[in-house]
Design a binder for this molecule. Structure first.
Ligand code: ADP
Length: 480
């Protein structure tokens, strides 16, 4: 597959309505075989600083563009994303590794944020608050200003659109630094934004040194808001760097999602839910099941059923239509999975399916291990790979205590047919999101986000627009 033959292929940066190159470049590799797909620019500081100035000028005009027009441009972009779904998905599979069918799913999911916020653009309602006969309290919702986004490689399209679409809907301009592993999906998306007709400087994609771009974005007083999705470690750094300029922040950071399968669960539903949340994107999502707690009465039956499904997963080239699990993003990711498997087995866990060691390639065989305990590494850290550790529990209180015993609080999942139990447990889980009898919770209409070290803010839904709006209070007094 020659990536350069795709009509949405682009390897230059999209800055202030221009496609720009740089002397220095960065290689983009296919994780399947580490072959070089192309190179992208390493922008220098002067160009990045100028991009911020241009985005500031553009924002002054963009905030005054009628909401109906902003909505129409977003709708154009949505239509183009859907029309080019296959090409975008091919680029994504080539640079990220995920199976083509999942990549297509991600493009549809990414586009759904653009569609959703094309509609929400018209609904940034303010308020009139009752006061007294001689005054009125008005609340205006205004665009935050110039925004910056730093995004990860695991969802190269969706993590961009769920920041860019609400920003543009609100009247902000935005500069995106995609992950260095997956800049081509971001640039392809920008190519379609250009065709959609957004004015110059409204949406920009900049590639180069992560730390340098991160420093410039966070130190600049022009940038009024930073939205970041990635590791908690980097999130902490960016938050600290943003402190001197008091930026608004949205942070979608690491997770350590528990799944609680109770005795009353519909077993087939629970097994399917775990397959959905554990093995999507080869386990490389921040809402992936990281710890699977199963109640004692159904423990053996659940593991038997799950084992059959895990062993049926086909590992291979993402472009092969039969592939369920593509390569992991890089060797470091494989080593982390292996470390978690080895650690669990060395502390007494039992291998049920898969392998303890993987080959030299970037493959990771889906692995299932039982009798895992809270002292093992996989209970504390996000594995980010196709490794499913099963823990046994006796009662609800114990399951909740173990689930909440982590610094993270992004997604969690519960499988039970007992209505009172799902309410009790949903209340008890210290997480931003709870999936009940499902492993699939992502939806443009829903507020995605975490608590504790998993971050700040929500993406998607009506709340996702608020992240890009400031509140202005106008007091009218002395009304006679
Ligand atoms: P992951 O381990 O999933 O790659 P990271 O937090 O390292 O998570 O990366 C997420 C995004 O943050 C990527 O775009 C990456 O290039 C960027 N990034 C990593 N370190 C920094 C940093 N110090 N400053 C700014 N951006 C960074």
């Amino acid at each position: 597959m020659d990536i350069t033959s795709l009509s949405v292929f682009e390897n230059r940066c999209w800055v202030n309505g221009q496609w720009i190159s740089a002397q220095e470049t960065l290689e983009v590799k296919n994780p399947l075989d580490n072959s070089i797909l192309t190179t992208v620019p390493v922008l220098d500081d002067v160009v990045i600083e100028q991009a911020l100035l241009d985005a500031e000028i553009a924002q002054k005009k963009w905030k005054n563009v009628a909401t109906g027009e902003r909505s129409r441009l977003l709708r154009n972009w949505f239509d183009l994303l859907i029309q080019h779904q296959d090409e975008l998905a091919t680029i994504m599979t080539l640079e990220q590794g995920k199976p083509f069918k999942e990549a297509k799913g991600e493009i549809a999911y990414a586009a759904s944020y653009v569609e959703w916020f094309s509609e929400e653009a018209k609904r940034a309602y303010g308020d009139i608050i009752p006061s007294n006969a001689t005054s009125e309290i008005l609340v205006f919702k205004e665009a935050v200003g110039v925004c910056a986004a730093i995004t990860p490689w695991n969802f190269p399209a969706a993590m961009i659109t769920r920041k860019v679409a609400p920003a543009l809907a609100a009247g902000c301009t935005i500069l995106v630094k995609p992950a260095s592993e997956t800049p081509l999906t971001a640039l392809a998306i920008a190519k379609l934004a250009e065709r959609a007709g957004f004015p110059a400087g409204v949406f920009n994609v900049l590639t180069g040194s992560s730390t340098r771009i991160g420093q410039i974005f966070t130190q600049s007083p022009i940038v009024k808001k930073l939205s970041f999705t990635g590791s908690t470690e980097t999130g902490v750094k960016l938050m600290a760097q943003s402190a001197p300029t008091i930026k608004k922040l949205s942070l979608e950071l690491g997770g350590n999602a528990p799944v609680l399968v109770f005795n009353s669960a519909n077993l087939d539903q629970a097994v399917q839910g775990v397959m959905d949340t554990k093995f999507r994107n080869a386990g490389q999502t921040c809402v992936c099941a990281n710890r699977i707690y199963v109640q004692s009465e159904i423990y053996d039956a659940f593991i038997e059923k799950l084992k059959v499904k895990v062993e049926a997963l086909k590992v291979g080239n993402g472009l092969d239509p039969d592939t369920d699990i593509g390569p992991l993003i890089n060797r470091k990711a494989i080593l982390k999975v292996e470390e978690h498997i080895q650690d669990a087995l060395s502390k007494g866990a039992i291998l049920v399916a898969g392998k303890t060691q993987n080959s030299d390639a970037n493959w990771c065989v889906p692995t299932l291990v039982k009798d895992v305990t809270q002292d093992m590494l996989c209970a504390k850290e996000e594995t980010f790979g196709p490794f499913a550790p099963i823990f046994k529990f006796e009662n609800e209180a114990q399951a909740l205590a173990m689930s909440n015993d982590t610094e993270f609080g992004l997604a969690s999942y519960v499988f039970t047919q007992d209505m009172n139990q799902f309410i009790r447990v949903s209340r008890g889980l210290e997480y931003g999101m709870v999936g009940v009898n499902t492993g699939l919770i992502s939806n443009a209409a829903a507020p995605f986000g975490g608590v504790k070290s998993s971050g700040i803010g929500r993406e998607g839904s009506k709340y996702g627009l608020d992240e890009y709006l400031e509140i202005k209070y106008v007091c009218i007094g002395n009304i006679s």
